[in-house]
Design a protein around this ligand. Sequence first.
Ligand SMILES: Cc1cc2nc3c(=O)[nH]c(=O)nc-3n(C[C@H](O)[C@H](O)[C@H](O)COP(=O)(O)OP(=O)(O)OC[C@H]3O[C@@H](n4cnc5c(N)ncnc54)[C@H](O)[C@@H]3O)c2cc1C
Ligand code: FES
Length: 275
Amino acid sequence: MEVRVHRLCEVRRLGEKDFVLELEGPFPTVRPGAFAMLSLVRDWPCLLPRPFSYFDLREPTGEVREEGPVFGRGSFLVKVVGPGTAALTSAPPGSRVRVTGPLGRGFPAPMGGKEPVCLAGGVGLAPFLLWARERAAAGAGPIPLLYGGRNARALVGREEFEEGLVDWRLATDDGSLGSRGTVLDLYRRLVGEDALDGEAPVLCCGPEPMMAAVAAECRNRDLPCMVSLETVMACGYGVCNGCSVEVRGRDRFEGARYAKACVDGPVFDARELRW
Ligand SMILES: Cc1cc2nc3c(=O)[nH]c(=O)nc-3n(C[C@H](O)[C@H](O)[C@H](O)COP(=O)(O)OP(=O)(O)OC[C@H]3O[C@@H](n4cnc5c(N)ncnc54)[C@H](O)[C@@H]3O)c2cc1C
Ligand code: FES
């Protein structure tokens, strides 16, 4: 983990409340699903920084560290929900952004077996660009990614993915894009039609009710399921206990009732959590 001040190069608007923050590097290679704590150096309206998944890393600098190449650009997908996200997305280019990261456990790389199916809701899309790149580099075909939102305007960010990285399947609550219903309805339908491998592990990131429903579905189908939690966080690196989540006392937590989403997650095996 490092604390570094980065120059904000660009804030790209993707939709009504969704933006990409593009920052000048250097950024190290991170696992998809890892996150950083962000704040503005000046005019930051909050007491604490805010957590965001790494969205994209581009422009390798030529430097290579133990975990992989170092990148000249890094970006975060940000939905405006309150003062911190509003300040970050309205900051002018050239602003200085403090980034503490990389933090947390990302999605584990598949150890052979079936290619995971990815389910994303809203800004839960963020970890899947790096995931898709990693799978492409490993020789896997376009990753199956089911992406759901309230309506067509909510399904932002697909244009940030290069052609051929993802086999997109879309769902909207109002049917304005893709199939009508939730991303889980879509998953069930595609599996029922044999258009999706119903025995593949599932990776999921999105609003908590969506992840709880997906976790329950996977439990019923006896499928491995990894979820990335967006628990409210204060420090991001294990010292404040502000991100406690109730877990089942599996070996990893040595029987403890609570784990810290920032260091034990944010990616958990869904069976480790008490929903
Ligand atoms: C590991 C992790 C990764 C994340 N990745 C992203 C990302 O890639 N893109 C993105 O846009 N957001 C992401 N988030 C959520 C983001 O951190 C919050 O939206 C942000 O902290 C809100 O800050 P704020 O000051 O704008 O709003 P606040 O004033 O902090 O919150 C505004 C409202 O949103 C609610 N809220 C705040 N945080 C959360 C949350 N995590 N879950 C549910 N409700 C919340 C508050 O209770 C309040 O009602 C992530 C969170 C975590 C923990
Ligand atoms: S956010 Fe402080 S311990 Fe997790």
